[in-house]
Design a protein around this ligand. Structure first.
Ligand SMILES: Cc1cc2nc3c(=O)[nH]c(=O)nc-3n(C[C@H](O)[C@H](O)[C@H](O)COP(=O)(O)OP(=O)(O)OC[C@H]3O[C@@H](n4cnc5c(N)ncnc54)[C@H](O)[C@@H]3O)c2cc1C
Length: 375
């Protein structure tokens, strides 16, 4: 029985496993992940209000549902290791080596680390379920009033976190000053210009200070250190906490693949090692962005290509094009585009569609696949 091992059980890794479990019952499937649970990280910003467990599913449960063997193990590697694994066709696990016929590398991306220090908080802390505790600590009466809080990063994740937190604080009537710091002059640059205008207007209305073209230098207990990018002028502002969301980078590094998802290393194709999700860049016209949408499509593609290659068929080329992208701005507002980039969607309707996208993924994990647009 041919054996497929998937390294990394995020959106891409699970999409591969689910697709493989449906397409070929004669495969032996294995998953390796450092965590015990799959996290739907597109919901992490909601964990100020909800417990993290609302957005996690145990791999043990998924393994039973989709017939794979789960190994909780973090396997660190370099590109050289991949070339060696291709030759040996086995992975070094602590107990025993795990031979494979096909390997899917889907290790995602890690948050970019800025200067940490007292009073800093970011995606890793949210992933550890510390969002609710942070909110509760902010709600406790303190010595300094109003509290000042800064968020670094005007990309999709930073903006989603900022408005979610603002909503929770406003609901609790906490006198608190929020500020958004970003190196760029345009918020969520992968969205059309109209989205930037919509978000800046919403920031003004919410009383959130917005400092574009500004570099974050560090945070001490009560101050944030900043610099104007244009002039280099350094300055400090009162801030008790800095939320750091400056983006992510592929982990452990960006893997280049051919148009079918097979990893390329030093100009050679690693025939039996494929990659999907945030850690991969495909040499094709398909969507290569670091998004859950691209991760699911790539994950499904590599699964189909493993089945095709095993059966001696030609693999398919990755051609998935984005059908829309939405960023939530609190519980009842969102901004983005649908269908065509010029088709700006905003407000309550956009927020309902965004929730629909999350539901689509929940259904996928329940075994109901509504991602019809393939490859
Ligand atoms: C707060 C937030 C909101 C977002 N919102 C959206 C959104 O609205 N829409 C959208 O399309 N995208 C969104 N994204 C981006 C989206 O979540 C990612 O693009 C997606 O998770 C990528 O999937 P992946 O499978 O490549 O990686 P991940 O989902 O990150 O999964 C990687 C997995 O690999 C495991 N792993 C990593 N290294 C190893 C190792 N060495 N050994 C074993 N296991 C390992 C990890 O534990 C993890 O389970 C958001 C991201 C964040 C953080």
């Amino acid at each position: 029985m041919p054996r497929v091992v998937v390294l990394g059980g995020g959106y891409a890794g699970l999409a591969s496993l689910i697709e493989l479990s449906k397409k070929d019952k004669n495969l032996e499937l294995h998953l390796l992940d450092g965590d015990a649970d799959h996290c739907k990280i597109t919901n992490l910003h909601k964990t100020f209000q909800h417990p993290l467990e609302k957005f996690t599913v145990s791999y043990a449960e998924l393994a039973e549902k989709f017939h794979f063997t789960f190994h909780q193990h973090r396997l660190d590697f370099s590109e050289q290791d991949l070339a060696r694994w291709q030759q040996q066709q086995k992975l070094p696990l602590p107990q025993a080596e795990l031979p494979f016929d096909w390997l899917v590398v889907a290790t995602g991306a890690s948050p970019i680390q800025l200067h940490a220090g007292p009073g800093s908080f970011g995606q890793n802390e949210l992933r550890l379920g510390q969002g609710k505790a942070l909110l509760e600590s902010l709600l406790e009466p303190g010595e300094v009033e109003p509290l000042q809080l800064s968020l670094v990063g005007g990309g999709a994740t930073g903006v989603q976190v900022l408005f979610e937190l603002h909503e929770q604080l406003r609901r609790n009537r906490l006198p608190l000053k929020l500020r958004l710091i970003d190196q760029n002059h345009r918020l969520v640059p992968n969205l059309p210009e109209g989205a930037h205008k919509y978000i800046t207007k919403k920031l003004r209305r919410a009383g959130i200070d917005y400092l574009p073209g500004t570099n974050y230098l560090g945070q001490t207990e009560a101050q944030i250190q900043l610099a104007e990018l244009a002039t280099g002028h350094e300055f400090s502002l009162p801030s008790q906490l800095t939320l750091q969301f400056p983006g992510v980078s592929a982990a452990p590094s960006k893997l280049k693949t051919n148009a079918h998802g097979q990893v390329m290393s030093n100009g050679k194709t690693l025939e039996n090692i494929l990659s999907a999700g945030d850690c991969s860049t495909y040499d094709s016209s398909g969507l290569n962005s670091l998004t859950a949408q691209a991760a699911v499509r790539k994950g499904k593609l590599v699964a189909r290509n493993i089945v095709r290659l095993s059966g001696g068929e030609k693999p398919q080329t990755y051609r998935y094009q984005e059908k829309g992208y939405l960023v939530s701005l609190g519980a009842v507002d969102a901004i983005g585009w649908i269908g065509l980039r010029c088709n700006l969607a905003k407000g309550f309707l956009a927020s309902v569609i965004k929730d629909g996208m999350e539901t689509q993924y929940d259904l996928f994990l329940d075994g109901v696949d509504t991602y019809l647009d393939f490859p």
